[in-house]
Design a protein around this ligand. Structure first.
Ligand code: NAD
Length: 335
């Protein structure tokens, strides 16, 4: 399947901006349109060096006029735009429902009207819910059992996406990626938070006893998976994207401190996240059968990411100065 004009929503965020770069490198013939509201997590600096090769529209996916304008002439949509931080969804779920559920609905409706060829919804492994106490790996046919407002809003969006596939024949595909890390990630998320706190000599807040386990997928691998599913995925299907890793929170902190040569004493165990899911783990066999494979080991990916944050101190310092970061820090990261 080939495309000419592709709308990438949320393209000024972490994974979206990495995907814009990936798309320009792998599909130089594409006309790329980015629609992004530029919330606290969106940043035009993330698109530095590629702005002259894309059409950037500042707007809201939940606003039909913005969505229509951005979708004009597009034959594919990749929807990254979302409120993406679990901790914020616990403080106020409403923007999550507005953007993640209603915004996705608006995009689907506009895509149907515009006759878009393919709609890819970027979803998450968190829709499966907690797997702790089992040795299981989630497969795509598993029921969705989201447990945080964030995960519930992403699951709600997925249900709408599949419903548009069935009800209106829109060609939809969904990716469910695991915890992603790499350059340009807003420093509220665990890996950039740990790296930047360590660089500032501040404590690294580890939830509970640090035993919650996550899979960690490098953003380039995640982008390659999304791109493959966009082109080769079967319409109406979901695809897990995961690195087959199981890393405890405390181990992430230890590795970051080790790479930066900082003392282990910087680890600070803090009150656990309410309703914390202790284990996510996806089986990515279905995406692998399409031809996807992970290229980054956690060791190499973490080393590269640490180096990026060391070399981009201005970028993350400005992000951490934002009122949204400071608010969250006082509420959740009282260390
Ligand atoms: P992010 O928070 O870094 O970026 C989100 C982007 O969406 C920002 O640029 C923001 O300005 C934009 N946005 C927010 N609301 C919008 C709206 N109403 N209209 C237009 N733009 C809006 O998020 P991310 O980590 O890059 O995640 C991107 C997508 O991938 C999300 O859908 C998320 O659920 C999914 N995902 C993330 C991870 C992860 O570990 N980061 C893992 C799996 C899936």
């Amino acid at each position: 399947m080939t495309f000419k004009r592709v709308l990438i929503t949320g393209g000024a965020g972490f994974i979206g901006s990495n995907y814009v770069r990936y798309a320009l490198a792998h599909h130089p013939e594409w006309e790329v349109v980015v629609l992004d509201k530029l919330t606290y997590a969106g940043n035009l600096e993330n698109l530095e060096g590629v702005m002259d090769r894309i059409t950037f529209i500042q707007g809201d996916i939940a606003n039909p006029e913005d969505a229509r304008r951005a979708m004009a002439g597009a034959d594919a949509v990749v929807n990254f735009a979302a409120e993406s931080h679990v901790d914020r969804s616990l403080l106020d779920p409403r923007p999550f429902v507005k953007t993640n559920v209603e915004g996705t609905l608006v995009l689907l409706e506009e895509a149907r009207r515009a006759g878009v060829k393919r709609f890819l919804q970027v979803s998450t492994d968190e829709v499966y819910g907690d797997l702790s106490g089992t040795e299981r790996h989630s497969v795509e046919t598993d029921p969705l059992r989201p447990r945080s407002p964030y995960a519930a809003s992403k699951a709600g969006a997925e249900h709408l996406v599949f419903a548009y596939g069935v009800s209106y024949g829109l060609e939809v595909v969904v990716t469910r990626g695991s915890n992603t890390y790499g350059p340009y990630q807003y420093p509220e998320k665990i890996i950039p938070l740990f790296i930047t706190n360590a660089l500032e000599g501040k404590p690294l807040p580890v939830y509970g006893d640090g035993s919650a386990v996550r899979d960690y997928l490098h953003v380039e691998d995640h982008c390659a998976g999304i791109d493959l599913v966009l082109h080769k995925g079967t319409a109406g299907e979901a695809y897990n994207l995961g690195a087959r890793l199981a890393v405890r929170g405390v181990e992430v902190a230890e590795r970051v401190l080790g790479l930066l040569g900082k003392p282990r004493e910087l680890i600070r165990f803090v009150a656990d996240r309410p309703g914390h899911d202790y284990r996510y783990s996806v089986d990515p066999s279905k995406a692998e059968a399409l031809g996807w494979e992970r290229r980054w080991s956690f060791e190499a990916g973490l080393r590269q990411t640490v180096r990026w944050y060391v070399e981009h101190a201005g970028w993350w310092r400005r992000a951490k100065e934002r009122i949204e970061f400071r608010d969250l820090e006082t509420k959740w990261y009282r260390a």
